[in-house]
Unconditional design. Structure first.
Length: 191
C-alpha cells in the first residue's frame, strides 16, 4: 500500500493532467469541432417565433340570410397549431410552416359540409411593424356524420433578413376577418 506522502505527490500530477485535458477540449470546441454550425448546409437555422394571434384564432361563417348571432353560425373555424422549421438561404430564411386548422359545424350548418376560409401569415419586425403579409385560402371538408374536421396546411415563406437576426422577427397568423365577424365576436365572446 502506498504511503500518504506518495499519494500527495501523485494527486497534483493527476489534477494537472485532468486540467490539461479539459483545456484541450475547450480549445477544440472553440474551433467548431463539436459545434453543429461547422456545416451550415446541414444545420437548421434558428427561426423567428411563430404565433397565432389570440383574437384572430377563431372565425365564424354564417348561414345565408341568418342573423349574426350564435344560432346563425353555420361553421366555426379555429387556427389550432403552428410549427416552423427554418433553413438559411443567401441572406434570407426559408421558413416551412405546418398549420393545423379545424372546422366545426355550427347550429345553422344544415347538410353543407365544406368550409372555405381565409387566413394570413405575416412577418413582423422587432417594433411589430408588418414586413410582409400573405393571405391564404383553405378548404375544410366535414363528413356528413361528423361535427368537426381538420386539415394540415403546409406553406413556405422566404424571409429576407436584411442583416437582422432571426430572433428579432416574428411570424404571426390569424383569420382574415370580415367586419360582420368582428362585430359578432365583439358581441358574443367565444363559441
Amino acid at each position: 500500500m502506498p504511503s500518504d506522502s506518495s499519494l500527495l505527490r501523485r494527486r497534483p500530477i493527476a489534477l494537472a493532467r485532468t486540467a490539461l485535458a479539459l483545456c484541450g477540449l475547450a480549445a477544440l470546441s472553440g474551433c467548431g469541432w463539436f459545434s453543429s454550425s461547422s456545416d451550415p448546409k446541414g444545420a437548421a437555422a434558428s427561426c423567428p417565433s411563430a404565433v397565432i394571434l389570440r383574437p384572430l384564432a377563431q372565425t365564424a361563417v354564417f348561414a345565408p340570410g341568418a342573423a349574426r348571432q350564435p344560432a346563425g353560425v353555420a361553421f366555426y373555424g379555429v387556427l389550432s397549431d403552428v410549427e416552423v422549421k427554418c433553413d438559411r438561404i443567401a441572406g434570407a430564411l426559408r421558413a416551412s410552416l405546418e398549420i393545423v386548422l379545424v372546422g366545426e359545424r355550427g347550429p345553422a350548418a344544415g347538410a353543407a359540409g365544406t368550409l372555405d376560409l381565409q387566413y394570413f401569415v405575416a412577418v413582423t419586425g422587432p417594433d411589430q411593424a408588418i414586413l410582409s403579409k400573405r393571405t391564404l385560402p383553405v378548404r375544410i371538408a366535414i363528413a356528413p356524420d361528423a361535427r368537426r374536421s381538420g386539415v394540415s396546411d403546409r406553406i413556405e415563406e422566404i424571409i429576407p433578413l436584411a442583416g437582422r437576426p432571426p430572433g428579432d422577427l416574428s411570424i404571426v397568423l390569424g383569420f382574415q376577418q370580415t367586419p360582420e365577424v368582428v362585430e359578432f365576436y365583439r358581441n358574443f365572446r367565444g363559441r
